[in-house]
Design a protein around this ligand. Structure first.
Ligand code: SAH
Length: 257
């Protein structure tokens, strides 16, 4: 069989949030290049024939640079291997999947993309936060917080009125909170930060634009985490006793809205 690359979205970290298509690609793989955020604990069972290569970032350690990952994908496939590139979430949501597809095209290597469950939607959901809710929010925007947002972006986001979801946003949370407030969102606007979503170590920190920076600092909130800004955060219940009250309040808004 000739070599090929399958770029697989692995979901937010729980092995049972892998798709059947992802599991099938792993079962057929000769080589798996995986990221830190991909579900990798069970890879030995899921990809029993494959050589497993960790190319992910770890705090304090260097990740394999993107161009080297692309060269490895192409090199293994050119020598006839079934190569799986296992990524966290969905490959095309802030995941550099597009760059890897282009590298394969440029080298004449057949490549396929298997979509995954993105953390942008599934991690808030795991904390009880629907990104849209009738009468509360009918839109959501997913942005990267890797670098601080520009003033124009902040103004548009603040004016849009829907839910804002930020990935890679812990380092830039102070500038996001200050920027959205500067462009008119009230200090009382709800914010949630969900760390390590869909894993046994999931934790949700709730606050407002005015206090989320100090609250998350006190709780030592760390990456990986998804930041959610918007009224839908009031629906977060996480199974606790205030859930009924929160749902009740939301229902009352939807009548007014
Ligand atoms: N392609 C991925 C996103 C890659 S960017 C996707 O679709 O999910 C990496 C960022 O994703 C992290 O900084 C964090 O913001 C988020 N993330 C991924 N998995 C997560 C998880 N299990 N819990 C919380 N955040 C997660």
């Amino acid at each position: 069989m000739s070599g090929r690359v399958t770029i697989v979205g692995g979901g937010p970290g729980a092995v049972d949030l892998l798709t059947l298509r992802a599991a099938r690609a792993l079962a057929d793989a000769d080589v798996v290049l995986y990221d830190r955020l991909a579900p990798h604990d069970d890879l030995a069972e899921l990809a029993p024939r494959a050589r497993l290569v960790d190319v992910g970032k770890r705090p304090g350690h260097h990740a394999v640079p993107q161009h080297e990952i692309e060269a490895m994908l192409v090199g293994h496939a050119a020598s006839g291997a079934q190569v799986v590139r296992l990524k966290g979430g969905d490959p095309y949501v802030l995941g550099r999947g597009g760059e890897e597809v282009l590298a394969c095209h440029a080298a004449g290597i057949p490549v396929e993309v298997v979509p995954g469950v993105t953390s942008a939607i599934s991690v808030p959901a795991a904390a009880g936060i629907p990104l849209t809710h009738r009468g509360v929010s009918h839109a959501f925007t997913v942005v990267s917080g890797h670098a601080p947002l520009g003033d124009d972006e902040l103004r548009h986001l603040a004016g849009l009125g829907g839910t804002i979801v930020v990935l890679m946003g812990i380092g830039t949370l102070p500038s996001l909170a200050a920027g959205l407030a500067r462009h008119g969102l009230p200090a009382s606007h709800p914010v949630a930060v969900v760390e390590r979503g869909c894993t046994p170590a999931q934790r949700t920190t709730l606050g407002t634009l005015g206090d989320i920076v100090s609250t998350t600092a006190r709780a030592r909130v760390a990456s990986p985490a998804v930041v959610v800004v918007g009224e839908v955060v009031r629906l977060a219940h996480d199974g606790d006793a205030s859930a009924a009250e929160l749902m009740d309040r939301a229902a009352r808004w939807s009548v007014v809205a």
